[in-house]
Design a protein around this ligand. Structure first.
Ligand SMILES: [Fe+2]
Ligand SMILES: [Fe+2]
Length: 316
C-alpha cells in the first residue's frame, strides 16, 4: 500500500473510537485488581436490577457497585453478599476490573461472558478461528510455492514461509483455547490444484490478502483491545502483530504482481479487489455478533470501521 497497512489500520481505528467498548481507554484499558467492601442502599440496587430484569445475586451487585465507580468487572475472584437491614446490603468482592468512562458503558453485559463451561459458543467460535488459522498455514505454503514457480523475488517467498510458521502458531494458540472451552478444532484439508497463472494469483491475493487478511489484521487489533476474556486478549495481542505483517505482505505481493501484468490484467485484479472491498461492511457487521469474550464490537461500529478501512485501502 503505497503503503503501510499498519498506518491504515491505526487511522481506521482512530476514526471510529466507538468501535471500542472501552472508548477512551484504548491505550490503557488493561484490567486492574480491585477490592470492594461497601454497604449499599437496596433501593438503588433495585433500580438497576429492574432495568436489567436480573436478580439480586452477589455477582450482579458487585458489578453494579463497581459500575457506579466507572469500573467494569472483567473477572470475579470472590463475592459475598449479606443483608444487613431491610434497606441495605453489604457486599464484599474482589477480582479484576477496567476503568470505563462515563457515558461509554459496555453494550454487552459481562455476566453473560462467564463462567465459560464446555461447549459454549466461545469454544465453537475459537475452534472455527483455529481452523481458519490452520487453513492459512496451507494457503501460505501454497503461495510460497506458486511464487517460486512464477519467479517472484526470494524475499517474498521467504516471507510467505515465515507467515506459514506464524499461522501454525496461531492455530495451536487458538486450538488450545478452543479445547479449554470444550471444543476440538477440525483439521483443514486442501485440494490439489494446478498452479495458477500470474493474473489468477494476483486476483486471489488481491481479494484474500489485500482485503480480507488485511481486515482480519484490523479485527485482531480490535480483539487484542476489547476481548472480555483475558487469555483471548493476550493471544490476540501477539496474533495482531503477525497479521499486520501478513496483510502488508499481501500488498507487497500485489505491487510485485501488478508490475508484471499488462493494463487489462491489472484492471481485472483491481475490479476483483473493489468487489471484495464493497463486501467488507456487511462482512464486518456479521462478524460483530461473535461472543464478547472474543471481541466487543457493536454492529454499527463494526460497519463504520469497515467503511473507514475500505475507503483507505481503496485509495491506497
Ligand atoms: Fe493468523
Ligand atoms: Fe495471517
Amino acid at each position: 500500500v503505497a503503503s503501510d497497512l499498519r498506518v491504515i489500520v491505526l487511522a481506521s481505528l482512530v476514526a471510529v473510537p466507538s468501535a471500542f467498548v472501552f472508548g477512551s481507554c484504548i491505550l490503557s484499558c488493561a484490567p486492574k485488581p480491585f477490592e470492594l467492601d461497601e454497604v449499599v442502599d437496596k433501593k438503588d440496587l433495585e433500580r438497576h436490577l429492574k432495568d436489567s430484569a436480573a436478580e439480586m445475586n452477589c455477582e450482579r451487585v458487585c458489578e453494579i457497585v463497581q459500575g457506579s465507580h466507572h469500573h467494569e468487572v472483567t473477572r470475579l475472584d470472590s463475592c459475598e453478599l449479606e443483608i444487613v437491614s431491610p434497606e441495605a446490603v453489604h457486599v464484599t468482592c474482589s477480582g479484576n476490573s477496567v476503568f470505563v468512562h462515563e457515558g461509554r458503558r459496555p453494550f454487552a453485559r459481562l455476566e453473560h461472558d462467564r463462567p465459560w463451561s464446555p461447549g459454549t459458543p466461545l469454544g465453537a467460535t475459537l475452534a472455527e478461528l483455529a481452523y481458519l488459522e490452520a487453513a492459512s498455514v496451507l494457503a501460505f505454503t501454497e503461495l510460497a510455492d506458486q511464487l517460486a514457480r512464477l519467479g517472484a523475488p526470494a524475499e517474498l517467498r521467504d516471507r510467505c514461509l515465515a507467515a506459514a510458521e506464524d499461522e501454525r502458531r496461531h492455530a495451536s494458540l487458538l486450538g488450545a483455547l478452543a479445547r479449554q472451552h470444550g471444543v476440538t478444532p477440525r483439521e483443514p484439508r486442501a485440494h490439489d490444484r494446478e498452479p495458477p497463472p500470474l493474473v489468477e494469483l494476483a486476483r486471489h491475493n488481491a481479494v484474500e490478502g489485500c482485503v480480507f487478511e488485511s481486515f482480519a489484521a484490523l479485527l485482531a487489533v480490535v480483539r487484542s483491545l476489547t476481548a472480555a476474556d483475558e487469555t483471548v486478549r493476550m493471544a490476540y495481542g501477539s496474533i495482531a502483530e503477525d497479521e499486520l505483517r501478513h496483510g502488508q505482505l499481501a500488498w507487497d505481493i500485489h505491487a510485485w504482481a501488478c508490475a508484471q501484468l499488462d493494463a487489462r490484467a491489472r484492471a481485472s485484479v483491481h475490479a476483483d479487489r473493489e468487489r471484495a472491498i464493497a463486501t467488507l461492511p456487511a462482512h464486518a457487521r456479521a462478524l460483530s455478533s461473535m461472543p464478547p469474550a472474543l471481541q466487543r464490537l457493536r454492529p454499527d461500529a463494526a460497519e463504520q470501521l469497515a467503511h473507514e478501512f475500505a475507503s483507505r485501502i481503496a485509495a491506497a
